[in-house]
Design a protein around this ligand. Sequence first.
Ligand code: ADP
Length: 375
Amino acid sequence: MGSITFHHVYKKYKGEDRPAVSDFHLEIQEGEFLVLVGPSGCGKSTTLRMLAGLEEISEGELYIDDKFVNYLSSKDRDIAMVFQNYALYPNLNVYENIALGLKLRKTAKHEIESRVNRVAKILEISHLLDRKPGQLSGGQKQRVALGRAIAREPQVFLMDEPLSNLDAKLRAQTRAEIIKLQADLKRTMVYVTHDQVEAMTMGTRIVVMKDGIIQQVAPPKELYNEPANMFVAGFIGSPQMNMLEGKITYDEGQYYFVSRRLRLPVPEKYYRSFDRSSRVLRNVVMGVRSENIMLGDTASPEDESWTKCVVEMSEITGADLYVYVKLGEDTVIVRADADCSYKKEDNGFIKVDMNKVHFFDKETGASLAIGGEMV
Ligand code: ADP
């Protein structure tokens, strides 16, 4: 119970030229924790609202448990939704807020009582049942909103940025609680956020969206290690993946990535991506994460894998030090040991771990590894 199928779903709002969601095609497994992530306006909420029955589907089909639900009203879908603003009734106390959905569904009184108490215990809000929402902190209100959803015992939970009104500490704590709850309840969860860290830590599978279009669907690790295109590569991970424009050249059986400042031999595992197309030899973007670049003070002049650079600034985040270095026109962010210290204008050398780079087609942004077995 709780599987969901989007079959080529589109949403076009009246008066808009472009669809807010285009060709959304996805199967969500029963019990899965699926996260929709992407920048503001990319169509996440619209997708969730179509699933909730709060927004009409313009084209395509939606199924919940193999049942066609395009025209099924929200209340007849076995789902519960938690929003960013808690939407609690101010005049009802916590108990009544949690119980309301069950009451409307004509659940028996003793059943309501047992469910509300059980949920309150899980969420550790039993001592707050008599309070009105006005007497609660933001975190407590959000728990009540969660409690209201859980008490309904739906097959599917939908959450739209439920943590964005909470401060950082409470957000991390509630995030952990939601993960645990979902694991315990084993119900399907579709969770919307614009925050890639939230997406990466919560989802068993993540859908990255841009301009209403799915860019990639994958588990967190795969998104990080095998981004399908430059957008996903840049969106997932912090700091952003470094992107260096250049071309691929071929010289005596060896491919090289060449930019104004770099000429780096490309490991053989990537060769097939280049062999497939001659076009990509001209315009590529090499993506490399900050942790896959080494920074040193000196380098032997014979060792071509080290390239001279100049420090622009550095940023300490606690455990890590991020050093921004200039490589000609390009700025590259390098993760360094937090014990090191670098000053503006310091000279240094960087070395890119070529086994960890990504190549993208400059025009389309697509990863050149797609369809191949080389990464
Ligand atoms: P997200 O949740 O990713 O921030 P939304 O799904 O809210 O994005 O919005 C996707 C696009 O649809 C945006 O361009 C937004 O302006 C537009 N949009 C959202 N709701 C409406 C509406 N009721 N009428 C017209 N356009 C809308």
